[in-house]
Design a protein around this ligand. Structure first.
Ligand code: DAS
Length: 362
């Protein structure tokens, strides 16, 4: 606790002053009739981080600033919405587990059923933000806006990006025109699809990209839309977090030069229901790994071919005879998103043909 309080004291630099100014009462800003009601669920990450000096844009402790301080530091939110904060967790997102996802999802599923909730914002670490956003996109049955947001710099750093990212997230979550577009991610002025977006750069504020482009931009509280998702999501999903209490166990193994089957064999014995193969190129599989994956399939474990290449998509029956081996291809989903979809899909009793249909549609 000593470190945390020291960090917070030291963190009263330019950024945190913005986050702790005015001492607005914890977690609820002034409520105004007629304004949209947005609930902010805080999970941790850099957006709640604090560094020792304003020059520490990359060296800092994540998950230190509580949600009431995040809200207190952004009184401008009261101009666009009635906001209420809840601290769901306080962790760096590289440490997220399936249990964290389920707890967050169950809370959101309950909140969106409330008539007095118009939108949801989730503040989150950037490392696994894309996984959480995709998960919520698959399992929350609502058309209300859900926006996941993080930051690449802590609030204590020069040119911190968290405050504007958070303002944009609340602004979009309070917007009627953001309804029905699936789970969204607002980072760096862009409105991204939670399904498509990935963290592509680990040291710049312009870190989140989709190979299919953003859905739009948010500038000074106004949304500018340029496209809408075509894959199934949220209210149109066949999955509902209310119907299950745990995700299916799914692991990932990667392809690379000189790869051996050691990791794959170990993972295959861990009780998984699917194995994601993050292959080279077009989801290619090293010749010595093909029999290993066939053995995995023979055990009743689903095999999904994804690719470690950040863009493009894996073609069925191109690099490998998927029909013959009864394997599934992940389409354009990167390995970490393919894990999320397989983990959700296999909460139901689906065969490989159904699983492939699900990968085409979501
Ligand atoms: N460790 C990173 C995380 O919590 C910090 C961040 O970028 O949010 O995801």
């Amino acid at each position: 606790m000593q470190i945390a309080s020291t960090l917070l004291k030291m963190g009263a630099g330019l950024g945190l002053v913005a986050f702790t100014a005015l001492g607005t009462p914890a977690s609820v800003l002034a409520q105004t009739a007629g304004k949209p009601n947005v609930v902010i669920l805080a999970t941790g990450g850099t957006i709640a981080g604090a560094g020792a000096s304003v020059l520490n844009s990359a060296t800092y402790a994540a998950a230190k600033v509580p949600v009431d301080k995040l809200l207190a530091g952004l009184p401008e939110l009261a101009n666009i919405a009635n906001v209420k904060g809840e601290q769901v967790s306080q962790i760096a997102s590289e440490s997220f587990t399936n249990d964290n996802l389920m707890k967050l999802g169950k809370r959101i599923s309950a909140l969106v059923k409330q008539a007095d909730v118009d939108g949801i914002v989730v503040t989150h670490g950037t490392d696994t933000l894309e996984e959480t956003a995709y998960f919520l996109n698959l399992v929350i049955r609502t058309s209300k806006p859900i926006v996941v947001v993080g930051s690449m710099r802590p609030g204590t750093a020069l040119s911190a990006d968290g405050a504007l990212n958070l303002f944009d997230a609340v602004s979009v979550a309070a917007s009627k025109d953001a309804a029905g577009k699936g789970v969204l991610v607002t980072m760096n002025d862009e409105i991204q699809s939670g399904r498509d977006v990935a963290k592509t750069i680990n040291i710049k504020t312009e870190a989140f990209k989709s190979q299919w482009g953003p859905l739009g931009m948010v500038v000074e509280g106004n949304n500018y839309w340029f496209r809408a998702p075509v894959k199934r999501h949220t209210a149109q999903s066949e999955f509902n977090i209310d119907d299950f209490d745990a995700l299916a166990p799914v692991e990932i193994v990667y392809g690379y030069g000189n790869v051996s089957r050691t990791a794959l064999d170990a993972v295959a014995k861990s009780g998984i229901k699917a194995l994601i193969h993050g292959g080279t190129g077009n989801g290619s599989v090293a010749d010595r790994i093909v029999p290993a994956l066939q053995e995995v399939r023979a055990k009743g474990i689903q095999v999904v071919r994804s690719s470690r290449v950040p863009e493009g998509f894996v073609l069925r029956n191109a690099e490998q005879p998927d029909d013959k081996y009864d394997w599934v291809v992940a389409h354009d989903l990167n390995p970490q998103k393919a894990r999320i979809l397989a983990a959700v899909a296999l909460t139901k009793n689906v065969d490989s043909k159904e699983l492939q249909r699900i990968f085409w549609q979501y």
